[in-house]
Design a protein around this ligand. Sequence first.
Ligand code: ATP
Ligand code: MG
Length: 273
Amino acid sequence: MVERGDFLHALENDIKPAFGTAAEALEHFLSRGIINWGNPVSSLLEDGQLYIQQARATESSGLVSVLLEGPPNSGKTALAAELAKLSDFPFVKVCSPEDMVGFTETSKCLQIRKYFDDAYRSSLSCILVDNIERLLDYGPIGPRYSNLTLQALLVLLKKQPPKGRKLLILCTSSRRQVLEDMEMLSAFTGVLHVPNLSQPEHVMAVLEESDAFSKKDLQKIQHDIRGARIFIGIKKLLALIDMVKQTDEDSRVFKFLTKMQEEGGLDLGTNVQ
Ligand code: ATP
Ligand code: MG
């Protein structure tokens, strides 16, 4: 027999929203997947899982908010989307400044508020607030930002969902200091740092995942960057590999190493031969 509980269960788990499912919203940010290039990635995902469990736990407060902060291009958005996906919460909303281009401060606040109101209706919800400083119209020259949006976000970050409801808020930012100055940092349950790649092995792990280089080329690169200083975001590195792939195979290694240095991601120092 079909009972009320079944309807409620279906409403929560089976009925997909008209404008695309939660998974589809996240897919956009995960099209290139997550490459496990080293320890920082695995430990970030592990810590993320703990926060997800905390958000899910019946005895928890019902609200867990996590900030993923790190340099531009370090992979914050993709990792936040991956955590949202791993949470497997049926309600997922992405609140991104890209979708609010041209909004006035007020309409922006109303839109954010609507995302939260919708989330409070579902028993397990996840909201991804991407690129907070953009959302707040932060500009380093001045500096200026929207105080109205800041206050709205601060309130929502601290507001407990109704009894029995669980809310996981994942935020990303490349301006940790700015958020600290705005006294927003303390509003989060936890902060996860998303670092750039910093070791030759990290770069090798990504190159091995790509099909841009032959075995021999990989060995040559490994030899050339041994002991070098590395500092590059995963997004930048992947873009660089895409570009190098367009050149013919004979010149790829040279092109790659030159571009890495030009971008400031590789410092061969005394290693130059
Ligand atoms: P921005 O500073 O411009 O906001 P970002 O730090 O948010 O950039 P993303 O937009 O998440 O960076 O880009 C990271 C890209 O790298 C994505 O395309 C993602 O699929 C890919 N990627 C591969 N491996 C990883 C990883 N281990 N962590 C994060 N992203 C990864
Ligand atoms: Mg981003």
